[in-house]
Write a protein that binds this ligand. Structure first.
Ligand SMILES: *Cc1c(COP(=O)(O)O)cnc(C)c1O
Length: 236
């Protein structure tokens, strides 16, 4: 595979400058912080080590089997793991206790499986974000806007799950600006849900390589960066 020649350190330095600029474009009253999660699907443990060496400590994976293998290869590293892929119910047992954050909770049956799993592994309090599908036909994963409120109420009632916020993945478009309406809608949904549930939902997980600047402007607290940060990968 052809490498673009840039090291993770160089990529990270460039991205940090872009993040700083995007944070400056936020309203003064907003937080001027955002957490970067490095998306390491399709990347080797060596790439993750290279990223950890430049100070990146939060990594996200999409596929349970692949993730577990890498976590085992990296037990000597103190890393924080995020699960961002489509989660099958029969894989829940495997991921409880391995991921501090799950961004892709998208259906009732999964709430039940996760609650059961977290309870068994008690005292795990599993942090979750609900993934919302905003791109209509074009996006495949996430709960619908109509189902969001009932799903969130159910998570709230699950003693071993902690609802932290919302996540979305808009349909891929080269022009990041085209993602703005989706990011804005996710922020609005969070505000409405906070009022409805009477709780604070601290997190908005939105923005990937081509649209993280826009996501930051719209209030992202987590951005999920794969290619731009770690380089080309072996799977999509
Ligand atoms: C792959 C993936 C990313 C990272 O995408 P890049 O374009 O490589 O930055 C972020 N979020 C989710 C849910 C993904 O599947």
């Amino acid at each position: 595979m052809k490498k673009s020649g840039e090291s993770v350190a160089e990529r990270w330095a460039r991205i940090q400058r872009e993040i700083e600029k995007a944070l400056q474009r936020r309203p003064d009253s907003w937080s001027h912080q955002v957490q970067v999660v490095a998306v390491s699907k399709g990347q080797s443990p060596d790439v993750i080590r290279e990223a950890a060496d430049v100070g990146l400590l939060a990594f996200a994976e999409n596929y349970v089997q692949e993730a577990v293998g890498k976590q085992e290869a990296l037990v000597d590293q103190k890393l924080e793991w995020h699960f961002i892929g489509h989660l099958q119910s029969n894989k829940v047992k495997k991921i409880i206790g391995r991921f501090q954050w799950i961004h892709s909770l998208d259906r009732m049956s999964l709430v039940e499986e996760l609650e059961k799993g977290a309870m068994k592994t008690s005292p795990v309090l599993q942090k979750v974000l609900i993934e919302v599908r905003l791109g209509g036909e074009a996006s495949k994963s996430g709960c619908t806007v109509e189902d969001l409120s009932a799903l969130a109420s159910r998570v709230q009632k699950s003693p071993h799950l902690q609802l932290e916020g919302l996540m979305t993945m808009p349909p891929f478009q080269e022009d990041g600006e085209k993602s703005r309406p989706y990011f804005r809608q996710l922020a609005t949904l969070r505000r409405e849900l906070e009022q409805h549930l009477g709780v604070k939902l601290p997190h908005l997980s939105m923005g990937t390589s081509q649209d993280y600047g826009v996501a930051i402007e719209e209030g992202a607290t987590f951005i999920r960066l794969g290619r731009q940060l770690l380089g080309d990968r072996t799977r999509s």
